[in-house]
Design a protein around this ligand. Structure first.
Ligand SMILES: Nc1ncnc2c1ncn2[C@@H]1O[C@H](COP(=O)(O)OP(=O)(O)OP(=O)(O)O)[C@@H](O)[C@H]1O
Ligand SMILES: [Mg+2]
Length: 455
């Protein structure tokens, strides 16, 4: 029996040290080292050079991998995966507690099972009877869906070996443990080992393994990024805790595009894909109010219209509040500075709040123009002119810069009956597009001039 050693593992980045340190030399985090026992692998002696067991092959002679996909039969999930689960691959899906991870995967597992593919749902978090309760609530017809209540990873793997399912769901990676390691479930060593054992199993058995992970308080899925490197795809399931909208996004995908978004609505009958998210992210009221502006953003392959709402009010604090939801706080500060310096609006002494509607996180710079216009609109108390969509990146000098995929953005706006589009002047010639009046602008001043209605 090999001797057990002790090491200290940083719970933030996964680096190891032979002794405890207050600060991690790799990631700089304080007080993150935890003691863990390691049992060195026995068998082949370490360092000894053996005959290689694998053979290098000429790239041109290799047959391309045409692994068939296993559709989850939830179109929004399949879109995010790039057309369904890829056989012999592992997927990590992370999300906040209660966001609906188990619901999503049980729905996907049931529909995969309904196509005649064996599925094993390993639950270390909930008893099988609770999963049955959920499946009844979601009204799922589970044909060949086996549920295993087990927290010992080796036992779960043994069952997978025996049943040979086409898909395994592990709920969750932080609660399963390898009993031969002394560290507690959820620690870096355990999570890494559990993830790598399932990833190896998926590759050897041509199966799909989906690992559910909790997002840690630092914002990483299932602890340090080391797990994200092990798996083939990493998805993040997010919700805004208040509404029913849930967003699934790809952080990494070895077999498909990243940046793709899946939009769901949570109901008593489970998660339902939203086919036209633009409608969801626009308020239904006909009358336009000051502080509201609409932009067209692109997420992966799909354009979406999104409403930005700003509220600018006199501050009663010595340092006015600048509060952004769904938008990076630093971008909000930058837009306020540009409005002050380049347009001459006075925002000192004003609290500024900016929200992206529907819990969507805005990453597309094309929404800059709408955000800046929403702030100016609220400050001046002048609404944006009706049926106007604003598309463009705002530069530090107050210029409106070109953005990509303009036609796709305009088509989506036309689809939702918008009549006017304020867009960057560079790279566009036509006066109209698909029934939309197109208004090219070069600067923020010009954009505000054509966008804001009279009071
Ligand atoms: N009876 C119900 N009616 C409507 N929605 C429900 C009902 N029961 C649960 N939900 C929804 O399902 C969510 C919990 O889903 P689920 O258990 O799949 O989340 P989870 O991400 O797996 O949570 P955890 O992190 O605890 O494992 C709740 O937050 C709620 O939105
Ligand atoms: Mg769960």
């Amino acid at each position: 029996m090999p001797a057990t050693k002790t090491q200290f593992v940083c719970q933030s980045c996964g680096s190891t040290q032979p002794r405890w340190l207050g600060r991690c030399p790799s990631c700089g985090a304080w007080n993150t080292f935890a003691e863990e026992q390691i049992t060195p692998r026995s068998g082949r002696s370490r360092g000894k050079v053996d005959k290689p067991s694998s053979q290098p092959q000429v790239l041109a002679d290799l047959v391309p991998d045409q692994s068939p996909r296993l559709p989850g039969n939830l179109p929004e999930l399949d879109r995010v995966l790039g057309g369904g689960f890829v056989k012999a691959s592992s997927v990590l899906i992370g999300g906040d507690p209660g966001v609906g991870k188990s619901t999503l995967l049980l729905q996907a597992a049931a529909s995969v099972a309904s196509k005649g593919c064996g599925v094993l749902y390993v639950s270390a978090e909930e008893a099988p009877a609770q999963i049955r309760l959920r499946s009844d609530r979601l009204d799922l017809a589970c044909y060949d869906l086996q549920v295993l209540g087990e927290s010992d990873n080796s036992e779960a793997i043994k069952w997978a070996e025996k049943l040979k399912p086409g898909m395994v769901v592990v709920d969750s990676i932080q609660t399963l443990r390898r009993t031969d390691l002394e560290s507690a479930p959820g620690t870096v060593t355990q999570v890494r080992e559990v993830a790598s054992s399932w990833t190896d199993w998926a590759k050897q058995n041509e199966s799909v393994v989906v690992l559910i992970g909790h997002v840690t308080k630092e914002g990483a899925i299932a602890g340090p990024r080391v797990v994200e490197h092990l798996v083939d795809a990493v998805l993040l399931f997010e919700g805004d805790h208040v509404g029913d909208v849930r967003i699934l996004r790809t952080l990494k995908n070895r077999f498909g595009p990243t940046g793709e978004l899946g939009v769901f609505e949570m109901s008593t009958r489970g998660l339902k894909g939203v086919e036209n998210p633009s409608k969801l992210f626009l308020s239904q009221g006909g009358e336009r109010l000051p502080g509201v502006a609409v932009s067209a953003v692109i997420n992966g392959s799909r354009p979406m219209l999104i409403e930005l709402q700003a509220l600018v009010t006199r501050s009663f604090f010595s340092a006015p509040q600048r509060n952004a939801t769904g938008v990076d706080q630093r971008r909000l500060s930058l837009w306020i500075a540009v409005l002050e310096k380049r347009v001459g609006l006075v925002l000192a002494g004003q609290d500024v709040f900016l929200n992206a509607a529907g819990g969507l996180r805005l990453e597309d710079a094309a929404a800059d123009l709408a955000a800046v216009t929403a702030i100016a609109s609220s400050l001046k108390d002048q609404p944006v002119r009706p049926d106007t969509v604003l598309i463009g990146e705002v530069g530090l000098t107050g210029e409106v810069r070109a953005v990509g995929s303009l036609e796709r953005r305009l088509s989506e706006a036309a689809h939702l009956a918008f009549k006017r589009a304020v867009i960057p002047a560079t790279g566009w010639k036509n006066k109209s597009f698909d029934g939309i009046e197109v208004i090219p602008v070069g600067s923020l001043d010009e954009a505000l001039e054509v966008s804001l209605a009279d009071r």
